[in-house]
Design a protein. Structure first.
Length: 203
């Protein structure tokens, strides 16, 4: 199937339009982005829901799980359904996918960032793309509206491993990547100053 065919399937599933950004391909929904949540798991679902109640904006981000049972995927689903159930206009974004199964489980999410590698996998996949997240369905879900004070937030935060274990993993991963980037840039700068530029990453 052609990439155009894939995008048509995605649009038909309600995922939105396709946009391209430096370094990544993104499936983008409509509306302004003031909230992002990561399927890999960097912040607590409870914190996200709480932020909605307080009017704040935030950003959220596991491996070894089947896609439907992945904690990050389930976190995005809960956040999406909560926001849509109670009419928040915030746009929810899924990111840092580890396989195409996770992407498929979030079909219908407002925004998804998808790497070129996974877009190619999806492009080669035949079958029906079922919309998993739908604002109309969320409206009929039995979801309790949260009333958040500091004590309630602290209790929910402490009970959610996405809020501490995965947050720690995410920060450490980004820190390592930043250090590697700084080393590459320092090497490149030294080469330029020495008058012998080489392609970044060349040995």
């Amino acid at each position: 199937m052609s990439r155009t065919g894939l995008f048509a399937r995605i649009a038909a599933a309600g995922l939105g339009t396709v946009a391209f950004a430096a370094g990544c391909n993104a499936i983008v929904g409509n509306g302004d982005i003031d909230f992002a949540t990561d399927s890999g798991g960097t912040d607590a679902t409870t914190a996200l829901e709480a932020s909605a109640e307080s009017g704040a904006t935030q950003e959220t981000q596991d491996a070894g799980y089947d896609a439907p049972e992945d904690p990050g995927v389930q976190s995005v689903q809960r956040v999406y359904n909560y926001f849509k159930r109670f009419g928040y206009k915030t746009q929810v974004m899924g990111a840092s996918f580890r396989n195409t199964g996770e992407i498929i489980e979030l079909a219908g999410c407002d925004l998804l960032t998808i790497s070129p590698h996974y877009l190619e996998e999806l492009d080669a996949t035949e079958g029906t793309l079922e919309r998993k997240l739908d604002p109309a369905k969320a409206q009929s879900m039995q979801i309790e509206k949260l009333t958040i004070d500091k004590a309630t937030f602290d209790k929910m935060h402490a009970a959610d491993r996405m809020a501490h274990d995965k947050l720690k993993e995410g920060i450490e991963g980004f820190s390592k990547a930043l250090e590697q980037l700084e080393q590459l840039l320092a090497k490149r700068l030294s080469e330029l100053e020495a008058g012998s530029p080489k392609p970044v990453g060349a040995h």
